[in-house]
Design a protein around this ligand. Structure first.
Ligand code: FAD
Length: 288
């Protein structure tokens, strides 16, 4: 671990933004610390100053505004599990939170920390991608919204600029004719890094035809991604078993997994096809 790091505890958001502006590339936001403290200890991250956001109430909370569910960047994974708006409108995100790490980590880990860390296996990313989420980046000078899909650009790479923090995440409230399903495959049932995580959302029109789909995958490519070819196949059709199987095959084809200690690339591709098929089938069942 580095020996000399300055730790700042701003009292409010304005103070935090001033510190981040003043320190620029040398100022690193600190939230739950469940990633960054481990990286500092292991010498994988260098920073001169940490700006602790963990106690800022401006970054906490979940509410509904203008057709969106808005989640403060500092919201913890435990808070996602417990919040009624997430249960009512973003069940796939709740399920991902429920399967995330262990209770101790979930009580500290934040949604923004998970997305900014941009691990290929970040578990909040697939459900948020399937729900068409955007992230709000804030600096002293400006605020901007970016689609989550564009925000994560590669393995541990994002569009976050020095001086910025992730203030919030928002997702359009899904219609009543929508349903979703989520699953995480790990080497054990709890406290496991994902071998694969997958989230699907479907919306049917009044005639029962597929109006909108989100199929998102984690841990099987350099970054969590949407399987657009699979989604396009479903558009405007009745979601029967053969079509679902073909969409799942296309999702597997779009994945670019690697061999690692948790599984081979071939195994992961196979699991993508099986998982996406099951999740789409489950979501269709809910809407019957
Ligand atoms: C034992 C263990 C188990 C884990 N299990 C899982 C798991 O199952 N699934 C999973 O996805 N992850 C897992 N993780 C990884 C980690 O817990 C998550 O990625 C967590 O969400 C990170 O959030 P944090 O608040 O702790 O981030 P921190 O460690 O505080 O920060 C992570 C990164 O995000 C930046 N950051 C934090 N907040 C902001 C903000 N508001 N604006 C801008 N930048 C910000 C920091 O500068 C840093 O670069 C695990 C970690 C541990 C130690």
């Amino acid at each position: 671990m580095q020996s000399e790091i300055e730790l700042y505890r701003p009292q409010n958001l304005a103070e935090a933004l001033t510190l981040l502006a003043d320190y620029g590339p040398d100022g690193t936001p600190l939230a739950g610390g469940t990633n960054i403290v481990v990286e500092l200890r292991d010498g994988h991250h260098n920073c001169k100053s940490l700006v602790d956001l963990s106690h800022l109430m401006e970054l906490r909370g979940i509410n509904q505004q203008n057709g969106y569910i808005v989640i403060g960047g500092g919201t913890t994974i435990t808070e996602l599990i417990d919040h009624p708006l997430i249960g009512a409108h973003a069940g796939i995100l709740r399920e991902a939170a429920r399967l995330f790490a262990n209770p101790l980590v979930r009580n500290r880990a934040t949604v923004a920390g998970n997305l900014v860390d941009a691990s290929p296996a970040a578990d909040t990313a697939p459900p948020l991608l399937a729900l068409n989420a955007e992230v709000q980046l804030m600096s002293q000078a400006a605020t901007r919204w970016i689609r989550l899909e564009d925000f994560i650009t590669g393995v541990r790479k994002t569009l976050l600029q020095p001086g910025e923090l992730m203030f919030a995440i928002r997702l359009p409230v899904p219609s009543d004719r929508s349903a979703g399903a989520y699953n995480k495959v790990g080497l054990r049932k709890a406290d496991a890094i994902s071998v694969l995580s997958a989230a699907v959302m479907i919306e049917l029109d009044d005639a029962g035809l597929c109006k909108q789909t989100g199929i998102a995958l984690g841990a099987v490519a350099p970054k969590p991604f949407r399987a657009y070819e699979a989604e396009a196949l479903l558009f405007g059709k009745v979601l029967g078993p053969e079509l679902i199987t073909e969409a799942a095959r296309l999702a597997a084809e779009a994945s670019r997994p690697i061999d690692d200690i948790r599984g081979t690339a071939a195994y992961r591709k196979r699991v993508v096809a099986v998982t996406v098929r099951r999740l789409l089938t489950k979501a269709v069942e809910v809407l019957k």
